[in-house]
Design a protein around this ligand. Sequence first.
Ligand SMILES: Nc1ncnc2c1ncn2[C@@H]1O[C@H](COP(=O)(O)OP(=O)(O)OP(=O)(O)O)[C@@H](O)[C@H]1O
Ligand SMILES: [Mg+2]
Length: 257
Amino acid sequence: MRGVGLAFGAQVIFQDMELTLYEGEILSVLGESGSGKSLALKMMIGLTEPDRGSVHFRGRDVAAMDGEELQALRREAAYVFQEDALFDSMTILQNVGYALIERTKKSDAEIRARAVECLAMVGLPERVLDLYPANLSGGMRKRVGLARALAFSPKLVLFDDPTRGLDPQSITLIGRTLKKLHRELGMTSVLVTHDLRTAIYLSDRLAILRDQKFPNVGTLAELRALDDPELNDFLHDPEEELWGDVMAEDEGTFSLD
Ligand SMILES: Nc1ncnc2c1ncn2[C@@H]1O[C@H](COP(=O)(O)OP(=O)(O)OP(=O)(O)O)[C@@H](O)[C@H]1O
Ligand SMILES: [Mg+2]
């Protein structure tokens, strides 16, 4: 994103905002509520257009893309909504298979098989397929949202606050799931989160959104090395080492049955 400006009436969200995302990394976006994190994600895949500046995907200006290119971009990229955004009247199978049903000519059996695969990737058993979102816990619904995003084997996944509102145990599980997915699928991810621990555990780099831009982007060590008391305070986690051990425990072998 280059020189991006965005405002709603008098409310300025971004001004001269710059952000670069590298292939293969996990970048965490941290910032106050209402600062524009979700909007930044939406701009990355052309769901929101900036008033000024430009957004490029692999060197192509998203605003200049024709319908076909935009469709290809959205197929490569998956956006995991902040709200789990599942369809309440549809089963988990229909939710996870939704885009496959809409956009491909796959048979019912193929869609079911792919849904089972995607659910397995996020640690959910096949038996949830015929349940409805209301039958699942908040943490499970979040995972169904992730499974749905994986249906097309995305290269880029934008996670909007996947751990919000979850209990500590579910946060740990989601964190491990994301790490495992990232490792196994080799995708590029942007993670918006309020949870510093999840961000520290998962990210290659952190991007701090404040004053309508990303003034601080870098590894945790780089950001901590800056002489910025406010930022250091924000990035301080007294139980960090303990947390790292908890997250690493049984990594990759956990089961969520
Ligand atoms: N379509 C819109 N029209 C008008 N204002 C909007 C629109 N979309 C977002 N906003 C405003 O822009 C600001 C930033 O919104 P955004 O959803 O990106 O915040 P956020 O950083 O994701 O917050 P949170 O952490 O609470 O999710 C908010 O004040 C929001 O009300
Ligand atoms: Mg948001």
